[in-house]
Design a protein around this ligand. Structure first.
Ligand code: PLP
Length: 361
């Protein structure tokens, strides 16, 4: 749905009467080192392409993406961000009962609401650092025809290993598993391997891949779904013509063609993000009244444990100083004490750590 996301710099700029550029947006989970080298200039050279319709089904970008990931192109769908694909899934699959592994990104539930589909949450426990107990989770699956798992999970930052996910999918062949890997490219070790890889044939799987986050191009709106063969006709029935615009298609072709540059960009971004994260958490370690959770990705969940403060107040205080972080109050299963911080360049992270040190002194 339209509301309930981070990154609302437009609203804050309106409230404070400042420019969008004056706002430090640490609520939106995107690679602070993006976009990749050369991409913006490449798009500038292609601005005139908006004078014609883009390819209706994005066949060229589907082929380029499929070659890169070594996947049969007939199993790949392009969308206007993974958002379009998320909202299509319950309708296309004719889901009746959906299970969502939470606390997580609210659009899976919103997609069910929009399509009038019943859904349940399985909530990971805070006492387990929000790492889902998959044995308990498996007990909840029977009776559900569709399951959403976000990996790494937004907003908790937890990463589930590939074998665990494959095992769950294979244990319930009559349930379709939607694995949202939007943040997987931020995982720097072997954990970054997608479950959609060519070495496993799973007939009940849809994997989502977003270009928005790792390449820092959320305004272009590009996402892909890698869909098991038997599910392709159902998903294609709901594909919209021209859902990926001309510039977005040009961006995908550029990114897929410049493979070595992109690999180097992702590797160096992740190295810096990991170092910045360690430095930020080190500074935060001595603060009282705020606890940070481990994260496999670019954002960090934190709990406010000071009786005088709630997420709303902390976020408002920072927003008044033009720093936007994510108030997690509206994530089902979290409540009013959680915030999520998306790390940026070191000087900005330092600015936030100074502000937080002031609040939690
Ligand atoms: C987990 C997750 N999936 C999907 C999306 C949607 O991304 P996009 O539509 O830009 O691909 C978001 C956006 O914040 C997200 O956090």
């Amino acid at each position: 749905m339209i509301y309930g996301h981070g990154g609302n710099i437009h609203e804050l700029a309106g409230r404070l009467g400042c420019n969008l550029e004056d706002i430090i947006d640490m609520s939106s989970n995107i690679n602070p080192y993006g976009p990749p080298p050369g991409l913006l200039d490449h798009l500038k050279d292609r601005l005139s392409s908006i004078a014609a319709l883009p390819q209706t089904d994005g066949a060229d970008i589907v082929n380029a993406f499929s070659r890169q990931y070594e996947i049969d192109p007939s199993r790949v769908l392009a969308g206007n961000g993974t958002t379009q694909l998320i909202y299509t899934i319950p309708r296309a699959l004719e889901s009746q009962n959906v299970l969502i592994c939470g606390p997580t990104y609210s659009d899976y539930a919103d997609a069910c609401i929009m399509n009038k589909v019943k859904f349940d949450y399985f909530m990971a426990d805070e006492s387990d650092k929000f790492i889902p107990d998959f044995e308990k989770f498996k007990k909840e699956i029977p009776g559900h025809d569709t399951v959403f798992i976000c990996n790494p999970n937004n907003p908790t930052g937890t990463l589930t290993d590939r074998d665990t996910i494959i095992n769950i999918c294979q244990s319930f062949p009559n349930t379709v598993f939607v694995i949202d890997e939007s943040y997987l490219p931020f995982v720097s070790n072997d954990g970054a391997k997608t479950v959609a890889g060519a070495d496993v044939e799973i007939e009940n799987l849809i994997v989502l891949n977003s270009m928005s986050k790792i390449f820092r191009i959320p305004g272009l709106r590009i996402g892909f779904a890698i869909v098991s063969k038997s599910l392709v006709p159902r998903m294609k029935q709901y594909s919209l013509p021209w859902s990926v615009n001309s510039l977005a298609q040009a961006a995908v072709l550029y990114l897929m063609k410049n493979k070595a540059m992109v690999l180097q960009f992702i590797t160096s971004s992740n190295k810096s993000i990991d170092e910045n994260k360690a430095a930020f958490l080190k500074k935060m370690a001595s603060l009282k009244g705020i606890r940070f959770f481990d994260s496999a990705t670019v954002f960090i969940l934190a709990k406010i444990e000071n009786d005088e403060l709630m997420a709303e107040g902390v976020c408002t205080q920072l927003a008044d100083e033009k720093i936007l972080i994510r108030n997690c109050t509206n994530f089902s299963g979290l409540g009013g004490r959680f915030i999520r911080i998306s790390l940026k360049l070191p000087e900005i992270n330092d600015m936030l750590s100074d502000r937080l040190s002031n609040i939690f002194k």
